[in-house]
Design a protein around this ligand. Structure first.
Ligand SMILES: C[S@@+](CC[C@H](N)C(=O)[O-])C[C@H]1O[C@@H](n2cnc3c(N)ncnc32)[C@H](O)[C@@H]1O
Length: 207
């Protein structure tokens, strides 16, 4: 889906397939649960690499938060505002919490480090949801999810698991990004390794 040739209806189909995968995995309620565990009630959310905007629509409906999407290649989004930007280096709008779902494995370690630092200039907390590179989620995805989604989405999903970072690799990237700051983080991994959530708190705003 990173290819420039994926545009228009094909891009829309990718985002629809992703929304279906999220619904099967229950990712949106999981992110909502993390957002509700905030020191103060969350009023605004920035979605980095928001794709079709389904997560933001869900959060606005469920939590009545202000939403804003950022995407390098915005596609068709129902009714959420989206700014076209490279979130690794361009100044982002301010929000209470930034989230990012299934984006990290599209970026290099250096880009992820740059992204984490850049988000810290605009938000106090950053929740990153991504896949885990491991044989177990690859097998479970192939057996249980592939039959329920399209052939392209199945192949794309398998490739994404293979490209994903392990929690240990992610921890190294976050440590490097937060080095010399008051920031801290935790990584949540469920028993079946279906996803990881990296929960970053910046302490004070980065410059
Ligand atoms: C696999 S899609 C995930 C979409 C959505 N977050 C989801 O979970 O369904 C990855 C998205 O990240 C966007 N993206 C990749 N690199 C980016 C960057 N540097 N800045 C902003 N968006 C980026 C892509 O354009 C794409 O829409």
């Amino acid at each position: 889906m990173d290819s420039d040739s994926i545009q228009g209806p094909l891009l829309e189909k990718f985002h629809r397939d992703l929304a279906r995968i999220h619904s099967l995995l229950g990712s949106f309620p999981t992110i909502e649960r993390f957002l509700r565990r905030n020191e103060t009630p969350v009023k605004s959310v920035l979605d980095i690499g928001c794709g079709g905007g389904d997560l933001l629509s869900y959060l606005r409906r469920r939590m009545n938060v202000e939403v804003m999407g950022i995407d390098l290649k915005p596609g068709f989004t129902q009714d959420v505002p989206v700014i076209q930007a490279d979130a690794t280096c361009e100044l982002l709008p301010k929000a209470d919490v930034a989230i990012s779902s299934l984006v990290a494995h599209h970026l290099t370690p250096e880009q992820n480090i740059a992204l984490i630092r850049n988000v810290g200039r605009s938000c106090k907390r950053f929740l990153i949801l991504d896949l885990i590179r491991h044989p177990m989620p690859l097998t479970l995805f192939s057996i249980f999810l592939c039959p329920l989604i399209g052939r392209e989405a199945g192949a794309d999903g398998r490739q994404s698991v293979r490209r994903a970072f392990t929690p240990e690799e992610f921890a190294e990237m976050v440590k490097e990004a937060l080095q010399g700051t008051a920031g801290s983080f935790a990584i949540d991994v469920p028993p079946l390794l279906s996803r990881q959530i990296i929960d970053i708190r910046y302490g004070t705003a980065q410059s």
